[in-house]
Design a protein around this ligand. Sequence first.
Ligand code: C2E
Ligand code: MG
Ligand code: MG
Length: 580
Amino acid sequence: MEPPTVRETADLTDFSNTKLEAGLRRILDSNLIGVVFVDGAGWIKHVDDAFLRTVGFSRDELPPRLIDLTPPEHHRFDEDAFEKLLAFGACTPFEKEFIRKDGSRVPVLFGAVLNDEEISCFVIDLSQNKKAQDQLNHLAYHDALTDLPNQSLFKDRLKQAIALSQRSNQMQAVMLLNLDRFKTVNDSLGYTGGDQLLKSVAQRLTSCLRDCDTVARFGSDEFAILLTHIPRAQDAANTAQAIKETLAQAFIFEEQEIFVSNSIGISLYPNDGKDTATLLKSAAAALDRAKNQGGNTYQFYTAGGTTRSLKQLVLESNLRPGLERNEFFVHFQPQVSVKDFHLVGMEALVRWQHPSLGLLYPKEFIQLAEDSGLIISLGDVVFHDACTQNKAWQDAGLPPMRLAVNFSARQFQQTSFIASVAAILKQTNLDPSWLEIEITESSIMKDPDPAIEKLLELKMMGIKVAIDDFGTGYSSLNYLKRFPIDTLKIDKTFVSDLCKDPHDTAIVRAIITLGHALDLTVVAEGVETREQLDLLADLECDVMQGFLFSKALSCEDFEELLVEQRQVNTISSLVTTLQS
Ligand code: C2E
Ligand code: MG
Ligand code: MG
């Protein structure tokens, strides 16, 4: 015979008052539930021992009203519950807290029913449940070995930090740290030793950081660090250095000294990423580079994968504010006819008056501006200022001169390139025929066909085009023929060894011949000596630019040159008039 099921044997109707009362009494005696009776005004009339234990008071010490045991922020919930109680005779049990005698808080489940004039409340102490829940939460968000936050918590904190910085625009640094050759150390120490080492690393890392920073373990020997609100990139470098030094000190294991070095990759918000995934990816790329350099070092992320020095990093973060504060300005380098040394033009070269680092030259910041995309705004500023100045000289009656302006590949490749050139010419009122745009071979060769279209448009606008640094890129002669250009600028590397290296002489000769064959003006840049000039004259180069004649000059100095040129022009036109 089958055993009877519970439902068949239980008599659910047999729930007499005596049985019920006995059962309830047993529940109350078990101290699982505390009981409080209060009157309509909230004065405590009766409490049982379980309640007293929950709130930690003795009967004599107990405050007179239930509200005295309730934290202020819970008062509103209590009032809502009281209203429900009056309306329906009972309130749905809800979680709240009581203040214990020692000031600590105890979480409870609280319910109440109306009972004639009185209110009967029950209180179930939830502190054990909360503790268990907290422990579970802690385990879910922490690494069991080191008790550091784990990857989920780290990402959470990073997300929060980003959300906060979006308003304040403050910099954050994400660092990924890896112990060098940990596998070897782990193999030789055994797992216990390896674990101990990781724990010590965790402790030392924590000791290097501020309270507001987060250090997490992602697994194995990989740690992540979040530095929040750092004013300068330098601070991240300082922390990385401090970490390196702290971890470089010996770890003691079974009375033996063990040394481990580490590699760190750093990415910065907002420059290297605006979300958690990108920042972590950038830091991982930087870490890879640190490892590839043999470890025991830290590296900042760079878009192009090249090494960035700290100075560059500082400059990069100063670029945008520098632009906003008008720290960039233009110098003009004279271009002179090789034949008669007459001034024939000027090249605008950007300079940066940095508030703490002084005057900076393009090689220190142009690449950074390119990498960060700021070259577009910077280029516009330079172009606008150079045109304004050139036009002002013309308006002042000084001899009009061609103005050469450098455009980076990124500017040239913008779809709005032609429109923005036209807009600035219009704004500054400069006649396009005075403008020469300098671009490099690689700007054009990256995507030659659309480039040719742009060059044609420039030509139609009456603007001249020069190929800068000619000879250093990879011009295809086939394309060169199709490029509607006006000028070739021989790169200064060929000019500098012109008189020493016969190969350079041959190259310069070839460029000049090629240029002339294509009906182009040839400019030699970087002319520093008389010998170079003489040889260039022999080779029939048209124009020269270089320190032999002048370096790039401030507006005031260039203006003096223009005034002199006006005198030269007046004298020579006087001579011509007299001769005729
Ligand atoms: P670049 O266009 O080839 O400019 C010529 C560079 O050679 C200038 O350097 C100039 O000062 C330097 N130079 C001129 N004569 C001599 C000489 O006799 N000897 C030597 N050793 N150097 C000489 P700078 O001003 O430092 O500019 C460097 C480069 O930065 C420029 O090369 C150009 O590619 C870029 N650049 C400058 N201004 C701008 C700009 O406004 N926008 C963009 N996109 N690039 C710029
Ligand atoms: Mg140039
Ligand atoms: Mg050049």
